[in-house]
Design a protein around this ligand. Structure first.
Ligand SMILES: [Zn+2]
Length: 221
């Protein structure tokens, strides 16, 4: 079996995502680039509950084709419908080697209300997620090439998460552990934003704090 160790990393992250209540059923998908700046990834399959995943279900997907197509080169199941979305991010961000797309409660809820981006409210938000965290501006159907195209247009180089309006969120990073941190921190930040907003007027981070936070992010990411 090719890439056995990397398949294990994707498999275990998927199980953890489910165990932590960050997604449910067969929702969400995770990928890991097989080598830095490479055009192959390990990906979770479509149409199977995460609870039932086996390590062998993890697919090896080649996306080197310049025309934008991909090919499953190892594995018996179908690739996730969001494979185009993952490809778009890997092509736009050479520094990203792991991507988690999930359907969490708070960041998805915030994406229904706020426009453009999640405001900077916390130090650790800016240190580890970067800024700004984009909220997609238009609705695109899940799994569509239009959604992937839209993500490639709005993705920036200064953050490790995106909220997809009417759908879910994305967390990514240089490796799977970092991508998982992005997912957890995005959801924690969104939850705090939600709670604070219920209690009163939010005090946002000022420009100096954001600037300092962004330089720390750059050094840490
Ligand atoms: Zn989704």
């Amino acid at each position: 079996m090719l890439y056995e160790e990397q398949k294990k990393i994707v498999f275990e992250a998927a199980k953890k995502l489910l165990a932590k209540g960050l997604t449910l059923g067969s929702s969400g998908n995770l990928t890991l680039r097989t080598e830095k700046k490479g055009t192959k990834m390990i990906g979770t399959p479509s149409g199977k509950d995460i609870e039932d995943y086996m390590i062998d279900d993890m697919l090896v997907i080649d996306f080197s084709d310049e025309s934008g197509k991909f090919e499953v080169i190892e594995g018996n199941l179908t690739a996730s419908s969001e494979t185009y979305l993952h490809m778009a991010i890997y092509k736009a961000r050479k520094d990203v080697n792991a991507i988690i797309h999930y359907h969490p409660v708070y960041s998805t809820a915030i994406g229904l209300v706020l426009e453009d981006s999640l405001p900077a409210i916390l130090d650790d938000q800016v240190f580890f997620l970067g800024h700004p965290i984009v909220i997609t501006s238009e609705y695109n159907r899940s799994g569509s090439t239009e959604l992937a195209k839209h993500i490639s247009e709005v993705i920036n180089k200064t953050s490790l998460a995106i909220i997809i309006r009417n759908h879910g969120s994305l967390g990514f990073g240089k490796n799977m552990r970092r991508a998982f941190l992005s997912c957890e921190l995005l959801e924690k930040t969104a939850q705090i934003y939600f709670m604070a907003n219920m209690m009163g007027k939010i005090k946002f981070l000022d420009e100096d704090a954001i600037k300092m936070g962004k330089s720390i992010f750059k050094a840490l990411k």
